[in-house]
Every structure is written in structure tokens, then in C-alpha cells.
Design a binder for this molecule. Structure first.
Ligand code: HEC
Ligand code: HEC
Length: 360
């Protein structure tokens, strides 16, 4: 991690440690950690796609389709809130429980009835004996004892927290390598930071999102959630349920359609876009912003998002040429960390084992 990046927050009951990171990495890639043995975190968070899945919406262990698009998990340690629209999820430890045990939708499909069986599958694997012992040396029996599930959640969280991504051309440029960005990407960066496009207000700073926290910043305002005018169902500013954003939890009509501003790091690898995967390409995202929202004229979600009453004041229409769109896309592409997607540290550790097993 470069020295100019402030250290992320770290919960006192789960301090960062390499052994927990490595155990978490094994669990992240293990389909045995699911009710029917078919799904791992990787199913929806794949390294070559900056830990997204390339689908409009992902599919869980029992075939249930998730209502929202899979998010990248790199740099999650710096986010003020986790997931697209939930202001209450502020700790990675809370978030990780959702895919494991959630029922709406079912992702890993672990529940009261099968959790002992799932754990037994892990307990049978020789690799986990030493991995758990190394991660929790203070416990007598970290894999078979009563803290086993807590240990699983904390290790997975450590893996997520330890996954950092600050090695893009944009980072090299900021570190003083003026040649790291093409002329087009530089023009795009200036457009991105201009009062014409307004992007930087919500996608700001070293994380490229206003939803940031670290050890220096003590936030004084509530975590940001913005309505970007994607929908206006029935002309009453509705968003299609259940994807109503912050409103889903608060019930406050002003929160309808307000979602967390995404980090734009690695965004060129994470298509399709927006909370429901409803925008196919980066050009389409930029066109929606240029129009000041999205006007949908064909069912099922007909409505003029440009007229949404909850739209953020910074979502204003602007004129932009095709060449300028190319420049903004070039800038967004400069946020790609090619080392992240090839870094053996974040890769599937079980594949290494297979290679060793088959070696002569
Ligand atoms: C079935 C697909 C699926 C599986 C399996 C899955 N996730 Fe996710 N993940 C998602 C989706 C979809 C979201 C966005 C959720 C939302 O907004 O409600 C998400 C969000 C996240 C986030 C929040 C990222 C952010 O930017 O706030 C983290 C962290 C995360 N997942 C980690 C994990 C871990 C760890 C596992 C394995 C225990 C896992 N996920 C398994 C689909 C999945
Ligand atoms: C008012 C705050 C705000 C402004 C201004 C803004 N964005 Fe966003 N951006 C968001 C929010 C919130 C989302 C998620 C919206 C959703 O999916 O409902 C988002 C999503 C995106 C996404 C999709 C990310 C993903 O992972 O799917 C991209 C790309 C993006 N913005 C780029 C831009 C660009 C380029 C501009 C300037 C033209 C811009 N944004 C201006 C708040 C903003």
C-alpha cells in the first residue's frame, strides 16, 4: 500500500493479521462453505473482473437471483457503509454474514438446519486444521470449538479488509509519473473534475467515492446516498422494489432511490453498472448523467428519471461530445489496477494445492 493512502479503520475485536487473511482467503474460494456445496464468495466476486461477476444480477446457491448487481470488494476497508443502499451496514464483519446466512435472497444458503453439516465439511479438510490454529492461536479449538463460525466470519472479513487496490495508472500519475496517463485520460480527468460534469462531488478523493472513512477522518455528516435519476415509476419518483435504496430501511420518501456513490476504482472491469446492473456500458452511464437522468420509455419501468423529485442537485444535464465521452472513458480506464487482477495474494489458494498434488 502506498504511503499516501491513510490507514483504514480496523475493529478492535478483529485486528488485521496475516494468518486470518490467509484463512479467509481459503474460505473465500471454498464451495464447501455453502448449504449445498455449489457456491463460494468467488462465484460472485471473481478476481479477473475486479471481484465482480460480469452478470446483470448474480445467482445464489439455490438458483435465486439477487436483486442487486455484485460489487467489487477491493478497498472495502475504506467504505463508510457497505453494499448499495444499506446505511446500517458499517462493518465488514456484519456484511459477510449476509451472503452466508441470508434468506432474502439465498446466496450461500447456510441455515440452522445445515450449518453443522457445512462446518463438518470444513472440519474434515486437513488444510483447515493448521490454518485455523495459526489464525487463532489463543483458542484451544478454533475449528471445532463454539467460536468456529465467529472465526470464519472474522477471517473472511480480514481477507476482504486486506484486499487493497492502489496500483493503477491514475495512482502512478498522482505519485508524480506524469506520463502514466494518456493525453485522452488527462482530458477525461479534467472533465470529471469540472463544474460541467460534476462527477467529483460524489466520486472524490483517493477512493473515488464520497463514502469514505479512514483513521484521519472523523465523519461529521451522515454517510452519503444519492438519487441519480435512474427511475421515476408512475411519475411519482418511484424506484422498482425491492431496489429502493436507503428508503428500504428508513421508509422516508425522500430516501427513495438514494444509493451509495460507488468507488470508481477498477470500474472498467465491473460491467454492467448501477445497483441493478441496468446500465450496460460506461458510455451509457455517462449518457445517463449527460441527460440529467434516465428516461425509460418501454415497459416494465416506464418513467422519466430526469424528473425524479429526489434527484441530487449535482445530477444536472450537460452537453458532451462523443470525443469527450471517449476521454472520460479513458480516465475511468486509467483507474484499473491490473496488478490486483493478477496478484497471487488474492488468487484461489486451492488451485496451488492441486498443482502440487499433480506434480511428479
Ligand atoms: C450470489 C452472489 C454473491 C455471493 C455468493 C457473495 N456475494 Fe458479496 N455481494 C453480492 C452482491 C449482489 C452485493 C451487493 C449487495 C447489496 O447491495 O445488497 C455484494 C456485496 C458485497 C460486499 C460489499 C461491497 C461494497 O462495496 O460495499 C462485500 C464486502 C462482499 N459482498 C463480500 C462477500 C463475501 C466475503 C462473500 C462470501 C462469504 C460474498 N460476498 C458472497 C453478491 C454475492
Ligand atoms: C450526486 C452524486 C453523483 C454524481 C454527481 C455522480 N455520481 Fe456516479 N454514482 C453515484 C451513485 C449514487 C451511484 C450509484 C447509483 C445507482 O446505481 O443507483 C453512481 C454510480 C456511478 C457509476 C456506476 C458504478 C458501478 O459500479 O456500477 C459510474 C461509472 C459513475 N457513477 C460515474 C460517474 C461519472 C462519470 C459522473 C460525472 C458525469 C458521476 N458518476 C457523477 C453518485 C454520483
Amino acid at each position: 500500500m502506498p504511503g499516501w493512502v491513510p490507514l483504514p479503520m480496523e475493529p478492535s475485536n478483529n485486528p488485521i493479521a496475516e494468518e486470518k487473511f490467509q484463512l479467509g482467503r481459503h474460505l473465500f474460494y471454498d464451495t464447501d462453505l455453502s448449504g449445498n456445496g455449489t457456491i463460494s464468495c468467488e462465484s460472485c466476486h471473481q478476481q479477473d473482473k475486479a471481484f465482480t461477476d460480469g452478470r446483470v444480477r448474480p445467482v445464489g446457491a439455490t438458483g435465486e437471483v439477487h436483486p442487486r448487481n455484485a460489487q467489487s470488494i477491493a478497498n472495502a476497508a475504506w467504505l463508510r457503509t457497505l453494499t448499495w443502499g444499506n446505511p446500517a451496514l458499517t462493518e465488514i464483519e456484519q456484511q459477510v454474514v449476509v451472503p452466508l446466512f441470508g434468506i432474502d435472497p439465498v446466496e450461500h444458503g447456510i441455515n440452522e438446519a445445515n450449518q453443522d453439516m457445512v462446518l463438518a465439511r470444513l472440519q474434515e479438510k486437513p488444510e483447515y486444521q493448521s490454518l485455523f490454529a495459526a489464525a487463532y492461536p489463543e483458542q484451544d479449538d478454533p475449528l471445532f470449538g463454539e467460536l468456529a463460525w465467529q472465526n470464519i466470519v472474522r477471517s473472511l472479513s480480514s481477507f476482504v479488509r486486506g484486499m487493497t487496490s492502489f496500483r493503477s495508472d491514475f495512482d502512478r500519475y498522482n505519485a508524480g509519473d506524469v506520463g502514466a496517463l494518456s493525453a485522452s485520460a488527462k482530458r477525461g480527468m479534467n472533465l470529471f473534475n469540472s463544474e460541467r460534469l460534476e462527477c467529483f462531488h460524489c466520486h472524490e478523493g483517493y477512493t473515488l467515492t464520497a463514502s469514505v472513512r479512514d483513521r484521519r477522518i472523523t465523519p461529521t455528516v451522515p454517510a452519503p446516498f444519492n438519487n441519480t435519476g435512474l427511475y421515476n415509476i408512475d411519475g411519482i419518483s418511484g424506484y422498482p422494489a425491492p431496489n429502493t435504496g436507503k428508503y428500504e430501511l428508513s421508509g422516508n420518501p425522500a430516501d427513495m432511490g438514494r444509493f451509495r456513490p460507488q468507488s470508481l476504482r477498477n470500474v472498467a472491469l465491473t460491467a454492467p453498472y448501477n445497483h441493478d446492473g441496468s446500465t450496460a456500458t460506461l458510455r451509457d452511464v455517462i449518457r445517463n448523467y449527460a441527460a440529467g437522468g434516465r428516461n425509460i420509455t418501454t415497459p416494465p419501468h416506464v418513467g422519466d428519471g430526469r424528473m425524479n423529485v429526489n434527484k441530487d442537485p449535482f445530477i444536472v444535464s450537460f452537453t458532451i461530445s462523443e470525443a469527450e465521452i471517449d476521454d472520460v472513458v479513458a480516465f475511468l480506464e486509467s483507474l484499473t489496477d491490473h496488478e490486483l487482477i493478477n496478484d497471487p495474494r488474492y488468487a484461489n489458494p486451492w488451485l496451488d494445492v492441486t498443482v502440487q498434488d499433480t506434480a511428479p
